[in-house]
Design a protein around this ligand. Sequence first.
Ligand SMILES: O=C(O)CCC(=O)C(=O)O
Length: 293
Amino acid sequence: MSDKRQRARVQGSWAKPLPKQPRPTGAIPNSSTVVIPSANPPPAGWGVGQRMFEYQQPAKPVRDVPTEKVMEMGGDYEISHGPSGVSRLRLIHGFLPPEEADWAFSKLLAELPWSQKTNYRQGEAYEEPRLTCWYGELPYTYAHSTLEANAQWHPLLVTLRCAVEKASGHHFNSLMCNLYRNCKDSIGWHSDDEAALGTRPTIASLSLGDMRVFSLRKQPAPEEDGDYTYVERLRIPLTHGTLLMMEGATQDDWQHSVAKEYHDRGPRINLTFRTMYPEHEGPRTRARLPPQH
Ligand SMILES: O=C(O)CCC(=O)C(=O)O
């Protein structure tokens, strides 16, 4: 939890209505600071004349942090309506039946060319906390490093791509494969909003292996100055064989992540099918925090 969120909670508890106190006789201070004398004087021998509690009105009104919503039921959801359009999710549990999902998971775990990518943040190299491999006619660059084009699709990935295309009605020419080896592997907050993915990209994400929580948080309004404290949040447990589609303005208006966990998790594979365009539309205009892949 960020300092700010923690602070908001502390403020919240201090800001509860105070118990009614007998009105003191004499002058009432003419300011927002109210001094309340203790009703019970301290026992003799404490050496203190009077204990005082000072209540100070918070400078800003205290805001509630919205409760995170959990999305467990399959279906189509409109998660927000904003100037960039409607953000939609479609959740399909059992997209792959358990036996097919088991078989696909073992085969991909054993046969894909998994490796650990090195990214850069402010010139400093760091290893991604997961393994990846990339398929597509075009290279994929994020976090200042590039996964080279790789047109040699594993035959099982071709089959899965066809199944996802049929179910979604979208065509995909690229695939990012992520392998979370255990509970310590993760992906930081980001949007799949690289210019090469075009405007309002549709992303299809197929999960295999152990369940991990996929979290979404809304982009804050410009006046929040990049502060995510009060934004809406969703969490979606992604189970073996589940397909999640992200559509419309989801990549403009929301970020997503898979956080580390603090209890055991087995390996999980996530396949995110995308469409990449060779000639992209140029840089986006909205200011963003640096990605934390
Ligand atoms: O593992 C997941 O469910 C998310 C993967 C992801 O966010 C990505 O590849 O951009």
